[in-house]
Design a protein around this ligand. Structure first.
Ligand code: BGC
Length: 461
């Protein structure tokens, strides 16, 4: 008889040799989807972003043009999504098409959205509809957008009209896509219209006004459609102190996280923001509890160092270390670290609201599909672990189905599971598209996919 140690190690060895890795199964009815946005896929846009483009603000110099031609033929890509085995698709209504002039409604545009939603349902794909994904009519922008005192009622009026027209075909609503990104890029970084810079207090006012508009829309939708499920899509970023032992780096990272991640989210959770964000004007009490789910858009991690020279940027030096997994680079700066673990951080934060969670965007710009398979496998693995821990996650929507027009980066950054040639409109399935399709069809992550794509080495290729 051997020593106790030998016995233990022998039994462990024998257990390991008999061990067959098991599939990571997902709950029945889990949604495997893709997310899109009207401006990026429809083509022929006529909104405040069209003016931004005409003013030469797309860094790549590209124009959106026909985009993915969805206004004419989204259905070809719905067929593709169906063939891939996807059971959900998030799209947005382009407000500027539906209400091109204030209070003038375009019934042809509304009919087009009806056809699209019907098309999805006929293919067994559940639609989720966003009401605002960064774009809106020129007249709304000219009136000051969400800084106008009437923005809430105006957005509610638009919401009511859409729910009356389309509510029989859709029960899942995203009021706003990423109010924090809209406010930060439009009013602090100047990368989105209206292109204002360093106006942090204004950005907080914008996000607060959106939270109040969201609350109005939430109640209006429920009044018209009692079984509706209403949420918003929150962009969550991990801000990592560059030196975890430096108190100043930790303070700066946590300040950025509070500003970016807590805005809007805390308004919905508590009906108020913490100091110092609560110094911006406005009562947020109406926003408290106004969501049936939390949508999370999760992409990146940024490192943050305290920098005395950056007084105009809250003393924050925000950077992406060179040795971390990254997709393709933006025209002027890195897109960000591809960081699947960010999903865990975002879900743990969002779980505090006690509502079901959907990952409504996750992806990487990667024309050659170098690291997208690695990202997908590790994101899905992460989701499985979180569900095992008890988090109520109901779906994962990859960003995005086919390459589309990436805001200020134009055609420079490619996020599609399927590649698009915007000139010929030719589509080519990437291997990550095949991989995602395998996961969706199996409703599981199979061990051989983890073995093939899950390796940490792949992330840095
Ligand atoms: C936005 C998408 C965008 C994606 C990739 C998200 O923040 O909602 O519209 O294309 O990120 O950058």
């Amino acid at each position: 008889m051997g020593s106790p140690e030998t016995t233990v190690s022998e039994s462990t060895a024998s257990a390991l040799s008999n061990y067959t890795p098991q599939p990571m199964n997902f709950p029945k009815d889990f949604l495997w989807g893709v997310s899109t946005a009207a401006h990026q896929v429809e083509g022929g846009n006529n909104n405040q972003w069209s003016d931004w483009e005409a003013a030469g603000r797309i860094r790549s110099g590209d124009s959106c043009g026909r985009a993915c031609d969805w206004w004419n033929n989204a259905e070809a890509d719905f067929d593709l999504a169906q063939r891939m085995g996807l059971n959900a698709l998030r799209l947005s209504v382009e407000w500027s098409r539906v209400e091109p002039d204030e209070n003038r409604w375009d019934s042809t545009a509304i009919k087009r959205y009806r056809t699209a939603l019907l098309g999805l349902r006929e293919r067994g794909i559940q639609p989720m509809l966003s009401l605002h994904h960064f774009t809106h009519p020129r007249w709304f922008e000219a009136d000051g957008a969400f800084l106008n005192a009437d923005a809430g009622p105006t957005f509610e009026r638009f919401t009511r009209r859409i729910v009356q027209e389309l509510g029989d075909l859709c029960q899942n609503w995203v009021t706003f896509n990423e109010p924090n990104v809209y406010a930060a890029l439009g009013y602090v970084l100047g990368e989105f219209p209206p292109g204002r810079t360093s106006e942090i207090a204004t950005a907080v006012r914008v996000a607060n006004a959106m939270a109040r508009a969201h609350a109005r829309a939430y109640h209006a939708i429920h009044e018209l459609q009692p079984n509706a499920r209403v949420g918003w899509a929150h962009n969550y970023v991990v801000f990592e102190p560059a030196n975890p032992r430096s108190r100043l780096d930790r303070w700066t990272a946590s300040l950025l996280s509070q500003l970016f991640n807590e805005i809007f989210l805390a308004a919905i959770e508590n009906g108020r923001l913490e100091f110092p964000l609560n110094l911006a004007d406005g009562d947020l009490a109406s926003a408290k509890g106004t969501c049936d789910f939390v949508g999370l858009n999760v992409y990146s991690r940024f490192h943050v160092a305290f920098s005395p020279e950056k007084s105009s940027q809250l003393f924050a030096d925000v950077f992406v270390p060179p040795d971390v997994p990254q997709g393709d680079c933006g025209v002027e700066k890195p897109y960000g670290e591809a960081y699947p673990e960010a999903i865990g951080a975002a879900v743990r934060r969002a779980s505090r609201l006690g509502k079901p969670i959907y990952i409504l965007e996750n992806g990487v710009p990667d024309a050659k599909d170098r690291i997208r398979p690695w990202l997908i496998v590790n994101a899905v693995k992460q989701l499985h672990e979180l569900i095992q821990e008890g988090h109520d996650i109901r779906g994962y929507f990859h960003w995005t189905l086919i390459d589309n027009f990436e805001w200020t980066e134009g055609w420079n950054l490619r996020f599609g599971l399927v590649a698009l040639d915007p000139v010929t409109q030719e589509r080519t399935m990437r291997k990550s598209g095949e991989l995602y399709s395998e996961i969706a069809r199996a409703n599981a992550l199979l061990p051989e996919l983890i073995a093939r794509f899950g390796d940490a080495q792949m992330g840095t290729r």
